[in-house]
Design a protein around this ligand. Structure first.
Ligand code: NAD
Ligand code: SF4
Length: 435
């Protein structure tokens, strides 16, 4: 497979990420930091919401919901409301928010203060994945700097607007990345999702209206204010506007985070920016949007572009932008076993189809791996997965079912071979997954 164009990143959000000084407030200000906060505080809050709406910005955490529209769901009154930054980043293969928090904490903080002003929120929290020590320290330090400089606290820059910000450390549960689970966790309750509606924008943290946005989404707000919605729309497509950070991992020569405009060809990401496969290896499959996104074959990956519409048309999704590349030295049964183990472990257990279904999927895949599989187990996998979709409180059940359906459907020969022969079709592979 060849790349189609000269491959370069579009460093819009990440322009100064290579500079260590960008982490501190002085270095950040040297490169334009907090200028947009000054500008925003002189605007009407509704004008900021309108600009964000016009930019076409969609949630960068995975769901791709219109950010401006979400803000527009807040009640139009003076009731206290909260801004909650989702920095839990638990989706396997996703590590872009970590880089943003470590290398550019003030970019997020500035985006959050502007967003807080727009939605009239006086208090925000950044809920950070518990394992992200470096991100937490970087944010705590930057928040302290922002308070000292008068960008947080009372009467910010003489505008009359007050805003306080705190960091909350998660405890390593994937499900606390789901917004209602996160809100419960922040309230000191068990981190379990709740049925929606009511959506958090109407009733969230402490039963007050709450906007939950991802790290990257909130960082973008500053740039929409700086350059305007029309400029932001020069990147990407009509429905998938802007640039996006993609976390590229798996069997590529140069894994890492890459910023490109949406609708960038997936093959250019893998073979251009990612440096392609290691010598002697061929592309076999790609998970394009975090582990819950249905897998693409190499042929499909060659046709895909990285935008919400193209990937949805191909039966998968852009999700959090985590691209996991699988070469032909991997066994798809073993790859799936890693995923089924993960979802079984992370199901919170409230809903029967999810609690039982994730367990069954994991058991069946592992029995195939142990050489004890029966041909009917392949159909059983499809049936169990099918029954887990659209019936539960949150999206985890669907997220667990979708990879199973796509792996088994697209790589059925590998599952059948494993059942028939009691070993992998891919020579030299041994089970390396979870027990
Ligand atoms: P969702 O589609 O239910 O909601 C998206 C957002 O829009 C939510 O904030 C929701 O409150 C809001 N919303 C939707 N309709 C609304 C309405 N009528 N009124 C008010 N608000 C409304 O999706 P979700 O369950 O929040 O997220 C699922 C996605 O999360 C998956 O696609 C997955 O890719 C992603 N994910 C990401 C990570 C990560 O680490 N980044 C981890 C797990 C899952
Ligand atoms: Fe918990 Fe799964 Fe139900 Fe989500 S779908 S609430 S993770 S049991």
């Amino acid at each position: 497979m060849q790349t189609t164009q000269q491959v370069t990143e579009t460093k819009y959000l990440t322009e100064f990420y290579h500079l260590p000084e960008f982490q501190g407030i002085e270095g950040y200000k040297k490169h334009g930091g907090y200028k947009e906060l000054e500008k925003a505080l002189k605007m009407q809050p509704q004008a900021i919401i309108d600009e964000v709406k016009a930019s076409g910005l969609r949630g960068r955490g995975g769901a791709g919901f219109s950010t401006g529209m979400k803000w527009g769901f807040l009640p139009k009154n003076d009731e206290p409301r909260y801004l909650l930054c989702n920095a839990d980043e638990g989706e396997p293969g996703t590590f872009k928010d970590r880089m943003m928090m470590e290398r550019a904490p003030h970019q997020l903080i500035e985006g959050m203060i502007i967003s807080g002003f727009a939605i009239n929120s006086k208090k925000s929290y950044i809920y950070v994945r518990g394992e992200y020590d470096k991100s937490i320290n970087s944010l705590l330090n930057a928040i302290q700097e922002a308070y000292k400089a008068g960008y947080l606290g009372k009467n910010i820059l003489g505008s009359g607007f007050d805003h306080d910000m705190d960091v909350y450390r998660g405890a390593g549960a994937y499900i606390c990345g789901e917004e209602t689970g996160m809100i419960s966790s922040l309230e000191g309750l068990k981190g379990q999702p709740k049925l929606k509606p009511p959506f958090p924008a109407v009733q969230g943290y402490l039963k007050k209206p709450t906007i939950v946005n991802n790290v990257e989404t909130l960082a973008v707000v500053k740039y929409v204010i700086r350059d305007g919605a029309a400029h932001y729309r020069t990147f990407g497509t009509e429905k998938s506007a802007g640039t996006k950070l993609f976390s590229l991992s798996g069997n590529v020569v140069k894994p890492g985070n890459y910023e490109v405009p949406l609708a960038y060809p997936l093959k250019d990401m893998i073979f251009g920016l990612g440096g392609g496969m290691k010598a002697g290896k061929n592309l076999k499959a790609v998970i394009p949007g975090g582990s819950s996104a249905p897998v693409l074959t190499a042929e499909e990956a060659g046709r895909a572009t990285l935008d919400y519409e193209c990937l949805a048309q191909m039966g998968t999704m852009l999700g959090s932008g985590a691209i996991i590349v699988i070469d032909d030295s991997n066994c798809m049964v073993q790859c799936l076993a890693n995923l089924t183990h993960f979802y079984h472990h992370e199901s919170c257990g409230q809903c029967t189809p999810c609690r039982e279904g994730t367990g069954w999927l994991d058991k069946i895949v592992h029995s195939i791996l142990a050489g004890k599989g029966r041909m009917q187990d392949i159909e059983l996998l499809l049936k169990v997965a099918d029954n887990m979709k659209g019936k539960t409180i949150c999206a985890l059940s669907d997220a667990a079912a979708l990879p199973v359906l796509s792996f088994v459907t697209k790589f059925r020969d590998e599952f059948e071979y494993f059942v028939r022969e009691g070993k992998s079709k891919v020579k030299g592979t041994a089970f390396k997954g979870a027990p």
